[in-house]
Design a binder for this molecule. Structure first.
Ligand SMILES: [Zn+2]
Length: 269
């Protein structure tokens, strides 16, 4: 009995130390977040997984749509880079290897992994209804990467699973588990069902930042609520990135409208 009671007393200060020592700040929102994984390490895991996805999923053969996805991605990338430079935050983009691909798949999905690796699935294009809709999704997904949501989720997962074990020890001794954790944290595949905390917060934050990013890139942010309404109306089986961890559709649209004055300040047609 005694042992059980005393154990946390020994462990908790250690965990608290790690948290205090490993905080980062999200651009734009200024939220403090847990960050115990060096971005270089996160990016190399992300690049491996992205390469695997490209090996197993066919690229779209629709040249026009592919060009549109790449164009929107490049425009938002430039806007984000300019903003981060103005804020003195370019260091947070170091190691980025931006890439935008359109994959042939019925799934209504898109995502951006740490380091700027973006995939759109052709299944989401009918809901996008053109370039502005693609910009809504692109802004949202890139915001997840810029806000380091993958790193934050993985940091939380590591603390939960391995507790006091040092990070490098966990990565070298438990490669399978850390790999699984990474694909969960990066919102890939079916493992997303193992929901880690903060998901709704991450979604709202990505909505807010994404709205601003699309506006900075010259896309009208007022297109966003209509896109999410179309997404909500699409119904059916929702894919991982747009599953139940997202805020309810009504909440999302209300919050988007609250963010609109902010986003419009950055908007230059
Ligand atoms: Zn999202």
């Amino acid at each position: 009995m005694h042992r059980r009671v005393r154990r946390p007393a020994v462990y908790l200060p250690l965990v608290a130390l790690v948290i205090v020592a490993a905080c980062a700040t999200v651009p734009i929102t200024g939220r403090k977040q847990l960050s115990i994984i060096p971005s270089g390490q996160l990016q190399s895991m992300s690049y491996d997984q992205y390469a695997e996805v490209l090996q197993t999923s066919p690229l779209s053969t629709d040249r026009e749509a592919t060009a549109m996805v790449k164009r929107v991605g490049a425009r938002i990338q430039v806007a984000v880079e300019q903003y981060m430079a103005q804020q003195g935050l370019s260091g947070q983009l170091s190691g980025y290897q931006w890439e935008f691909n359109l994959l042939e798949s019925d799934q209504v999905n898109a995502w951006c992994m740490p380091g700027g690796k973006v995939a759109f699935y052709t299944g989401i294009l009918p809901i996008c209804q053109g370039e502005a809709g693609i910009a809504v999704v692109m802004g949202h997904e890139i915001a997840h990467a810029i806000a380091d949501h993958g790193g934050e989720r993985m940091s939380q997962g590591l603390l939960t699973q391995f507790g006091g074990m040092a990070l490098d020890q966990a990565l070298s001794n438990k490669p399978e588990q850390t790999r699984a954790l990474a694909s969960t944290a990066f919102a890939l595949g079916a493992q997303f069902g193992a929901v880690l905390p903060f998901s709704r917060l991450h979604e709202s934050e990505a909505d807010h930042m994404g709205l601003i990013f699309m506006a900075m890139a010259g896309y009208d942010p007022r297109q966003a609520p209509a896109f999410w309404e179309r997404m909500a109306a699409g119904g059916g089986a929702k894919p991982p990135e747009f599953m139940s961890t997202h805020p309810s559709d009504e909440t999302r649209i209300r919050k988007l409208n609250e963010s609109m004055p902010d986003a419009l300040r950055y908007y230059q047609p």
